[in-house]
Design a protein around this ligand. Structure first.
Ligand SMILES: NC(=O)c1ccc[n+]([C@@H]2O[C@H](COP(=O)([O-])OP(=O)(O)OC[C@H]3O[C@@H](n4cnc5c(N)ncnc54)[C@H](OP(=O)(O)O)[C@@H]3O)[C@@H](O)[C@H]2O)c1
Length: 236
């Protein structure tokens, strides 16, 4: 059975590789990126599968743009799964060394954007009686460390959001989070600029494992994982 998946943060890193995985498996994907530049790169990258891929540039920090997309021509949209892969890390600093612009962007990209989209998509799921949410968490939620500022706060909040939603969702709807662990992406480079990225797992390999797991969620396992906060080791 072919599925439809909405991926927020499809322009780079893990989100982009998840798009590639689902498209190669023949599923249809709507990919949301923040910038036109990364949308153009994704459209070029997936041009061979353009019948299955639709891209949109929407900044999740911008509530009006998000609502325009969700309440406009897409108001009947009911994907089988929404993957919240968008994330933003400004720099590793204590909260008081971040500007309000940096704090706002970290909280909106990592938490309040996903909050808005998950509330709106849940309304569509409830009408259709199907659908699931997959959020991405971080190691700093279970093991808080110095200098992860509002990124750490946003990731803890998104994990709490997933658990809260899961408690109220009727069957067969579901919500879960995964901490994908360290990966060789642009975000990781911001966090650890001196690290050799060749020593890290690639987003391609992480996407293959998570993507295959997503398909099992869609095919019926979703409710088994409702409310769970998983690490990569928990994924069968
Ligand atoms: N990398 C790691 O080691 C690691 C570890 C633990 C958890 N994670 C989590 O895993 C997920 C993927 O991370 P990644 O390393 O692949 O990140 P990445 O390479 O920095 O890519 C992030 C993606 O999110 C998009 N994005 C950021 N802010 C957005 C906004 N306001 N609106 C719409 N899209 C937005 C970016 O769009 P543009 O390209 O247009 O900017 C980009 O496509 C994130 O949730 C991250 O927190 C990553």
């Amino acid at each position: 059975m072919k599925s439809s998946i909405l991926i927020l943060g499809a322009g780079r890193g893990l989100g982009r590789e998840l798009c590639r995985f689902f498209l190669e498996e023949g599923h249809s994907v709507i990919g949301v990126t923040r910038t036109r530049e990364s949308l153009t790169t994704a459209l070029d990258d997936f041009s061979l599968r353009k019948q299955l891929f639709r891209g949109e540039a929407i900044d999740l920090s911008d509530r009006e743009s998000s609502l325009r997309f969700l309440h406009g021509q897409n108001k009947e949209l009911v994907p089988d799964l929404v993957v919240y892969a968008a994330g933003y890390l400004s720099e590793r600093k204590p909260l008081w060394d971040l500007s309000w612009e940096e704090i706002d962007r970290e909280i909106s990209s990592n938490f309040s954007g996903p909050l808005l989209w998950s509330v709106e998509m849940t309304r569509a799921f409830l009408k259709a009686k199907r659908g699931g949410h997959l959020f991405f968490s971080s190691g700093v939620v279970r093991l808080p460390r110095p200098s992860w500022g509002s990124y750490g706060v946003g990731k803890a909040a998104v994990e709490a959001l997933s658990k809260q939603i899961s408690l109220d969702l009727p069957q067969p709807l579901y919500s879960l989070s995964i901490n994908p662990g360290r990966m060789a992406t642009a975000m990781r480079k911001v966090a650890f600029p001196d690290e050799d990225q060749a020593t890290l797992p690639s987003p391609v390999s992480i996407a293959k494992k998570i993507g295959a797991f997503c398909l099992t969620l869609i095919e019926g396992a979703g409710r088994t994982y409702n409310g769970k906060a998983l690490t990569m080791e928990d994924i069968p």
